[in-house]
Design a protein around this ligand. Structure first.
Ligand code: GLN
Length: 518
């Protein structure tokens, strides 16, 4: 029986023990597989758990680690710290020979013929891919309820959503099925589920991570990002996947900071970084309808940062209000073009028996769910002759104004912005499903960051009514390292908070029956 205690370690601790040789990747992977297999019927976080593939990759990682240990300290130092560490992938990341459903029936049965760039990078690092994670269909949604494979649950309360669209990625990390996972964020889909499940999630700068081999939703907004339970863990994963890839012309030739692997381990050193740091608090992000408990946690977090030496400056991002409306023109417009390729001929699901047009209509009619159809209709409408100027072009102009707001704030000497992620904590299944606009409102504080192409992250900032609240950190382009340092500093100054040690409550009953769990 594998030791379930191993699933509580940070990825950094796993990495250290793997290198030291007092833990094998195989033991680590077995412990995580056992936990994932056991709890997935309740969570539905995983669409597929690849036991055989994971065990094979773990054995390879163990061989690499053993060889490096024999060759000495230098050989160990060149191994990426992810070597032997389990990771999960949102089911829109291509893995050669495996499924890639993007949460949609239309990709059922499709097998990826190649690896995504980030899959190649993870394999090269020696990371062990445990399986593929549940998501809203084509990443459209904020609750994972739009998955064609049933919703994922929140580990804090199995009757509530984990957020979305990367709900499975967030839930799996919160539950300890993996220490790290990959999600994508087009309008908030890494940050919002991270907030609702109490983990760290980052959307990097547009262009930081290659989108090659990632199922496209809205190509000018999509970014791949890491989830972890700590800042150091998530930074380690970003380090492995970031960097230029010639196959994605929008991926930037920026060097990836090595210091992503060297965030301070010591709380004192981490907290010292806050002194003199200028944090802007955008007043427009405290939106009408925000839950009082969420606002209280955010204000407390800001006060704690101030008490530790950060300077807090009140700022205004005046076009924030237009973020939601412009996003819901731009993203559906791009989606309608990207999703035209699912025609029953090239990929997965196909309904045949009529002429080409009839097959096409039947394939798409039965293959896409209602939210995807809604987006395609919105997008084709906004792009159609006569409406293009009024909607799409206008939205692009407003997008420029949203970006200019951020430029002005950062240009005035602000190092980073602090804000809420979601106006509300995780909600019960069904509560927003019949009202698309109520669902869209979940991302009102995250969408502007995608419109501007900036890095943003969510870090745990306590509980409201026993459910996690996320604090958002937003920085200028390419400031991921500074954001991670800030996140690490916030962890350090709140290291003693009671909520830090709180386990996701929704799994407590399941785990009470587990033998040997401390
Ligand atoms: N919830 C937003 C949407 O439905 C954002 C999704 C995302 O970031 N992928 O479009």
């Amino acid at each position: 029986m594998p030791d379930p205690g191993l699933t509580r370690l940070t990825a950094v601790a796993m990495s250290d023990r793997l290198r030291a040789g007092d833990l094998s990747s195989r033991e680590l992977v077995d412990a995580h597989l056992a936990r994932a297999e056991r709890e997935n019927p309740a969570l539905n976080a995983w669409l597929v758990i690849d036991e055989a593939g994971a065990r094979g990759a773990a054995d390879e990682a163990d061989a690499r680690l053993a060889q490096a240990r024999r060759n000495g300290a230098e050989a160990l130092a060149v191994l990426h710290p992810l070597c032997g560490v389990p990771v999960g992938l949102k089911d829109l990341v291509s893995v050669r020979g495996g499924q890639c459903t993007a949460g949609s029936r239309i990709l059922a049965g499709y097998v990826s013929p190649y690896d995504a760039h980030i899959t190649e990078r993870l394999r090269a690092a020696g990371a062990v891919i445990l399986g593929k994670l549940n998501m809203d269909e084509f990443a459209m949604g904020s609750s994972t309820e739009h998955s064609a494979y049933g919703p994922a649950a929140n580990p804090w309360d199995l009757g509530r959503v984990p957020g979305g669209s990367s709900g499975g990625s967030a839930a799996s990390v919160a539950a300890g099925h993996v220490p790290l996972s990959i999600g994508t964020d087009t309008g908030g889909s890494v940050r919002q589920p991270a907030a609702l499940t109490g983990v760290v999630g980052m959307k990097p700068t547009y262009g930081r991570v290659s989108r090659y081999g990632i199922v496209a939703f809205a190509s000018s907004l999509d970014q791949v990002g890491p989830f972890g339970r700590t800042a150091r863990d998530a930074a380690m994963l970003l380090h492995a996947i970031a960097g230029r890839d010639a196959r994605d012309s929008t991926s930037a030739p920026r060097p990836v900071p090595e210091d992503l692997l060297h965030l301070p381990a010591s709380d004192d050193e981490a907290a010292a970084g806050l002194r003199g740091f200028r944090l802007g608090l955008p007043r427009e992000y405290f939106v009408a309808g925000m839950e009082a408990g969420v606002e209280a946690r955010i204000r407390e977090a800001v006060a704690a940062l101030a008490a530790a030496g950060a300077e807090i400056v009140d700022v205004s991002l005046p076009h924030t209000d237009y973020g939601l409306a412009t996003y819901y023109i731009v993203a559906p417009a791009e989606a309608s073009a990207n999703l035209a390729r699912y025609d029953g001929i090239r990929f997965g699901h196909a309904v045949r028996g009529g002429d080409v047009l009839a097959n096409y209509v039947a394939t798409r009619g039965s293959g896409f769910g209602p939210e995807v159809k809604r987006r395609i209709m919105l997008g084709t409408y906004a792009l159609s002759a006569g409406y293009y100027d009024a909607y799409y072009l206008k939205a692009q102009k407003v997008r420029t104004l949203i970006k200019a707001d951020f430029d002005a704030a950062f240009g005035s000497g602000i190092d980073a912005l602090v804000a809420p992620v979601s106006p509300f904590v995780a909600w019960p299944f069904g509560a927003r499903l019949d009202d698309p606009v109520a669902m869209y409102l979940a991302d009102v504080c995250t969408l502007p960051v995608n419109m501007a192409g900036l890095p943003g992250m969510s870090i745990p900032a306590g509980l409201s009514d026993g459910l996690p609240v996320g604090l958002q950190l937003i920085g200028p382009a390419w400031s991921e390292l500074a954001l991670f340092r800030l996140a690490r500093a916030y962890e350090a100054i709140t290291a003693g908070a009671a909520w830090r040690g709180t386990e996701p409550s929704g799994l407590a009953a399941l785990r009470a029956q587990e033998v040997g769990v401390p």
